[in-house]
Design a binder for this molecule. Structure first.
Ligand code: ADP
Ligand code: MG
Length: 345
């Protein structure tokens, strides 16, 4: 009856530094849905970091503890399709009956909720109707509200009514814990050595789904009988898999390109001497990231920006550091760019 995966529960979710805030917030919402401060609950973070798992955990939890509540989980493309179909077949009444009578509505991957004005309007009305009645709305996305370019401004501000919650990539300890937990579930603990776990945790750093994928690759060997997988075999089996996630060297060029892509300011403007606010900010952030994520000194960073002198670079970096301290929104934006760069530390 339900479209929830039975194994996406809080019990099966490993909590670590990277996701403990998200986990705690989700538990709080599951425990008492509809509280203003978490309504909507907006979860965001890169692919494979556990957003769907956490959302469905909330749904399971509420269904288990509040059997009288109506809980509806839907991926946003399904939601969009249903709106489109309802509008084209004159069945909006039915659509509203389905979506406006729930106590908890969870819409996954909201970044895909694109479409015509009429579909956005229907979504907007659904959101408002539920919110007005104090019903819990839970949304997920791969980026924070203000960066979802496909959505109207009116959504972005509404999505920030509750505090958007960020899920980070798991740190090493969390990756090890997740690997061991999944290996246990798959019955692989006897054939995978500590060294192999470490090898995986050291090489797949940014995506829990891929940690699991690596175990799946090794799991074929468990079917071959009672062999213990050697480190050499594991490395060989995982070679291609891991190179996808392999370390990219962060260079000033990569940083400038990433900032350019993120800010929509061209590379040539970033390395120019133009002083308009947006361009200067993009330039400052780029310099700051060069200092932080490359081993370049001030002089050679200056060179990468068309030959700025080291004191200019220094004062630009300073400006970014100050602004990160004082302006949480700015800090968050820098954080998102860092995520895109995906430094392996
Ligand atoms: P997202 O929706 O953010 O792309 P998912 O929720 O689909 O990611 O998670 C990807 C896979 O990783 C799923 O199989 C999920 O169970 C698993 N996973 C993610 N985070 C954790 C965690 N902290 N503990 C256990 N499994 C996790
Ligand atoms: Mg997902």
């Amino acid at each position: 009856k339900s479209n929830l995966r039975p194994d996406y529960t809080f019990e099966n979710f490993i909590v670590g530094e990277s996701n403990k805030h998200a986990h705690a917030t989700c538990l709080a919402v599951a425990d008492s849905p509809g509280q203003d401060k978490f309504n909507p609950l907006f979860l965001y973070g890169g692919s494979g970091l556990g957003k769907t798992h956490l959302m469905q955990s909330i749904a399971h939890y509420i269904l288990q503890h509040n059997s009288n509540m109506k809980v509806l989980y839907v991926p946003s493309n399904k939601f969009t399709n249903e709106i489109i179909e309802a509008i084209s077949k004159n069945k909006t009444e039915e659509f509203r009956n389905k979506y406006r009578t729930v106590d908890v509505l969870l819409i996954d991957d909201i970044q895909y909720l694109i479409g015509k004005a009429s579909t956005q309007q229907e979504f907007f009305d659904t959101f408002n109707a539920l919110h007005d009645e104090g019903k819990q709305i839970i949304l997920s996305s791969d980026k924070p509200p203000k960066e979802i370019k496909t959505l109207d401004e009116r959504f972005r501000s509404r999505f920030e009514w509750g505090v958007p919650i960020d899920i980070h990539a798991p740190d090493y300890e969390t990756r090890m814990a997740i690997l061991k937990n999944k290996a246990e579930i798959k019955g692989l603990t006897d054939i995978i050595s500590e060294e192999i776990f470490e090898y995986i945790a050291n090489n797949i750093t940014y995506n829990v789904r891929e940690l699991e994928g690596a175990l799946n690759k090794l799991s074929v060997y468990s079917e071959l009988g009672d062999i213990k997988i050697t480190e050499e075999l594991a490395k060989n089996v995982l070679k291609d898999f891991i190179s996808k996630d392999s370390k990219v060297t962060i260079t000033p060029e990569l940083i400038i390109n990433t900032v350019s892509e993120h800010t929509n300011i061209s590379v040539s403007d970033i390395v120019s001497t133009k002083r308009s606010q947006d361009i200067a900010t993009a330039r400052q952030i780029s310099m700051y990231l060069c200092r932080k994520y490359t081993d370049k000194g001030l002089k050679s960073i200056g060179d990468a920006f068309g030959g700025k002198d080291h004191s200019t670079v220094h004062s630009n970096i300073q400006k970014v550091e100050d602004k990160i301290e004082k302006d949480p929104e700015f800090a968050e934006m820098v954080d998102v760019i860092i995520k895109k760069l995906n430094p392996q530390k």
